[in-house]
Design a protein around this ligand. Structure first.
Ligand SMILES: [Zn+2]
Length: 247
């Protein structure tokens, strides 16, 4: 639930007592408003013009899953760029696609746990002879290349589970390797380093950032400031961000 910055006493109470500032709330609102504006409660039409209407405070409902929000915010900065091409004569299938969430084998991840994240990456940089919806043939070529950052959704649960799976921060692999075959046939292993985890707690998200030094810092806007966090800290991870390791 969000309130538009105003002279609202509640809003100033939140800003004064906790870490987030009015400026941060305003910027956050500017980002979220276009996405969630449909949830705004609208005042009904006033029938009697002489009647003093009580204004409804402008309230928006923004509760969402972080990966759903990430998909919308980072549509142009995806985890993977995909190119499809069909060499069949007269077939015009030639398109680009952004894959925002990094493809992951969730069945295996549920079975083996977060420590096996590397094994569950479902990435092929090139696949030949795929089915083509344009010409109904089977000659489509799909090429994928990972971006400089990859986001992996981690909100995993079986049908029986209500909550997802918890883990300690240190259980998530610090490095992931993504093998890539380039268009010229050369290949390379790209290495990615864990830099952030989105942890879920009672309808609230907390950002855990892993510094290059290996130290963890948590950012929780219900706290006054960022807090150093032990790698033994337990979280309910909904997403992890890895960035390309440049050495
Ligand atoms: Zn085709």
């Amino acid at each position: 639930m969000w309130r538009v910055p105003s002279t609202d006493n509640f809003f100033f109470f939140v800003c004064r007592c906790y870490g987030a500032t009015k400026d941060i709330y305003q910027k956050r609102f500017d980002i979220l408003y276009p996405i969630y504006k449909k949830t705004e409660k609208v005042q009904g039409q006033i029938k009697n013009k002489n009647c003093d209407a009580t204004p409804i405070s402008r309230t928006f409902f923004c509760q969402d899953n972080i990966s759903a929000l990430w998909t919308r915010l980072f549509a142009d900065e995806p985890s993977v760029f995909e190119k499809n091409y069909c060499p069949t004569l007269n077939c015009k299938n030639n398109n680009m696609k952004n894959v925002v969430l990094f493809p992951t084998d969730y069945k295996t991840l549920i079975q083996r746990g977060f420590g096996s994240l590397q094994k569950t990456l479902d990435f092929d940089s090139v696949i030949y002879n795929m089915h083509c919806n344009y010409c109904d043939g089977n000659s489509r070529i799909r090429r994928r290349s990972p971006n400089f950052m990859i986001y992996i959704e981690l909100d995993i649960k079986t049908r029986q589970q209500k909550e997802g799976q918890e883990c300690k921060l240190r259980e998530l692999p610090v490095y992931l390797t993504v093998p890539v075959t380039n268009e010229d046939g050369s290949s390379q292993d790209l290495r990615y380093r864990l830099c952030a985890v989105a942890g879920y707690s009672s309808a609230h998200y907390i950002a855990y950032c892993r510094r290059a030094s290996g130290r963890w810092v948590s950012y929780n806007d219900l706290m006054k400031k960022a807090e150093p966090t032990a790698d033994s800290h337990k979280v309910l991870p909904h997403g992890a961000l890895y960035i390309k390791n440049i050495q």
